[in-house]
Write a protein that binds this ligand. Structure first.
Ligand SMILES: *[C@@H]1O[C@H](CO)[C@@H](O)[C@H](O)[C@H]1NC(C)=O
Length: 544
């Protein structure tokens, strides 16, 4: 069990400038001649009112002049007087002129570097504190050139690895105003790729990256808070959950509607995170609370407590799943033929689109009777579509009958509260490869698993079944390019319906962005850095 705490203020003090005094407005009655005459001379009360009004108007004009950007030096002059809570910086946003809380600067930047296996990316987030919840106002994004690659590519040269981030830091240098740089934290979170090169090499790279970044004017988030580190699978999932629910306005703000579940499908692993509800389940037999264990993640965010279920299924990302499915098929054939000769001929594979063929690389596992290393094989789809056979292959790798130590289990012996019972109606968001394989074929933003199943069968059917895609721009090219489309979709429907045990009529939503912002873990990992004591402090005490 882990605990992450993010404190965003949730207390609301509404100040409505248009608030009515609630007095009866006397102005509506008919005014007689006498009264009009009376009104021509001001009485004492009216005089006082007139003076007050004039004073307020003069004050407002004065205020407006001084707060207007070109009218005064305040715009560029006032700054943080050290510390992490500059209170009266008025520059940087046109959303408001004053921070909601005097403990928070009006504008805050956070720099998040995503060190992935194929490349590194920077997100420069700009938040304003105009309201009780930090609002994401803008995001600058940049990734390293394909030829540059990820940090892990430089396992023997940590300095070269660190320098690949300079192109990204350039964006931060340009984006963040000079006066805010010293109070804009930077963090680097590496995903699985860096772990692959071993602890010694990856520690050296991360250490060098930290030192290198310290040469910039931005404070680097401390070691204790994992400022430059390899990220846990559980954190990755939970951060993505925070991103999604924050952008949906379900957390961190006044809205207390049920949170959305997220299902992420990467290349190597797949993540599930949701907030199950245990109360009021009819029929009994269900526990009142979530069972303890590694799957339970206690999150404090925006003044609320969330008890999340999360799991990262390593080896069940799309690329890993493809490999397992192909390996299973090869092993099946080998156990029938007893010789390896079949590897030199085209291999009939029910998971390749009917009538198509593809050259497929398959990594052989340790101790495989077929040998070691990687094979490149001609995989040919069936002449007559065989989606059910492919589905059976795809489901076999889920190992549904594995020993389940803590029931109920989803697949591969992993405990998971029942989605049907504890998450029956709330929103389900599926993204990454789920999005990349369904959107190009014309799927709407929301569909049921049954519709995904129907889509799968059409795709596996090959050219003769692809009339339905004729009206979707680019869809046919996409399918002809990728013989493994039938496999990909069969794995997805198998994973969601059979693996995670999601009812077939359940609606899911695909998304890449919400309100114009990229989904994924980066934003969710950045939000905690807006709070005090999140592992950094302003780098230089600035005084002007
Ligand atoms: C793979 O084998 C099929 C025959 O089953 C053949 O038509 C196709 O050209 C082969 N593909 C490649 C890339 O060799």
């Amino acid at each position: 069990m882990r605990r992450t705490s993010v404190s965003l203020p949730t207390k609301h003090v509404r100040r409505d400038p248009y608030e009515k005094a609630g007095r009866y407005d006397a102005g509506h009655r008919d005014v007689g001649i006498l009264e009009k005459l009376q009104a021509a001379t001001m009485n004492q009360a009216q005089k006082t009112r007139w003076i007050k009004t004039t004073a307020i108007v003069v004050f407002l004009v004065f205020l407006f002049y001084y707060l207007s950007p070109k009218g005064a030096d305040i715009y560029k002059g006032v700054s943080h007087s050290g510390g992490q809570s500059p209170s009266d910086a008025t520059y940087g946003t046109d959303k408001c002129t004053k921070s909601y809380s005097k403990d928070k600067p009006i504008v805050q930047y956070v720099l998040m570097i995503d060190a992935g296996s194929t490349g590194s990316r920077i997100h420069v987030y700009k938040f304003n504190n105009c309201g009780s919840t930090p609002e994401l106002e803008k995001e600058e994004f940049m990734m390293t050139d394909k030829s540059v690659g990820g940090l892990s590519k430089y396992k023997d040269d940590p300095i070269a690895a660190a320098k690949t981030l300079d192109a990204l830091m350039e964006v931060a240098m340009k984006t963040v105003p000079d006066k805010l740089k010293g109070c804009s934290p930077v963090a680097v979170k590496a995903t699985a790729g860096l772990r692959m090169i071993g602890a010694e090499a990856s520690d050296k790279i991360l250490e060098t990256v930290r030192t290198h970044l310290e040469g910039y004017p931005f404070p680097v988030v401390s070691k204790e808070e994992n400022g430059v580190a390899i990220m846990d699978g559980s954190d990755e999932g939970v951060y993505a959950w925070i991103t999604t629910n924050y952008l949906l306005g379900k957390i961190g703000g006044p809205d207390q509607s049920p949170t959305a579940a997220i299902f992420d499908l990467g290349g190597g692993s797949t993540q599930i995170v949701f907030e199950p509800t245990f109360k009021g389940i009819p029929g009994g037999g269900m526990p009142e609370k979530m069972a303890p264990g590694d799957h339970k993640y206690d999150l404090a965010f925006g003044g609320r407590e969330f008890e999340l279920y999360q799991h990262s299924h390593l080896g069940y990302g799309l690329m890993a799943a493809r490999n397992s499915i192909h390996l299973n098929l090869l092993q099946d054939i080998y156990s029938q033929e007893k010789t390896k000769g079949f590897l030199n001929k085209p291999i009939l594979n029910p998971c390749i689109n009917a009538g198509q063929s593809d050259m497929v690389k398959v990594k052989l596992g340790d101790g495989s009777p077929l040998g070691t290393g990687e094979l490149e094989l001609n995989m040919t789809g069936p002449a007559t579509p065989a989606p059910a056979q492919c589905r059976a292959l795809a489901e076999r790798i889920l190992a549904k009958d594995s020993d389940c130590k803590l029931s109920p289990c989803s697949f591969n012996g992993v405990h998971q509260p029942s989605l049907a019972k504890t998450f029956g109606k709330e929103d389900v968001y599926i993204f990454s490869f789920f999005f990349d394989r369904t959107k190009p074929l014309g799927m709407p933003d929301s569909f049921t698993l049954r519709e995904l199943h129907d889509l799968t069968n059409s795709v596996c059917g090959g050219e003769s079944a692809w009339d339905v895609f004729g009206t979707v721009p680019g869809a046919l090219d996409e399918l002809r390019d990728r013989g493994e489309y039938c496999l990909d979709l069969n794995f997805m429907i198998g994973l969601l319906h059979t693996g995670y045990d999601m009812p077939i009529d359940r609606e899911v939503k695909i998304a890449k962005k919400i309100k114009g912002n990229e989904l994924g873990w980066c934003l969710g990992a950045s939000l905690p850095l807006l709070s005090k004591n999140s592992g950094w402090s302003c780098k230089v005490s600035q005084s002007y």
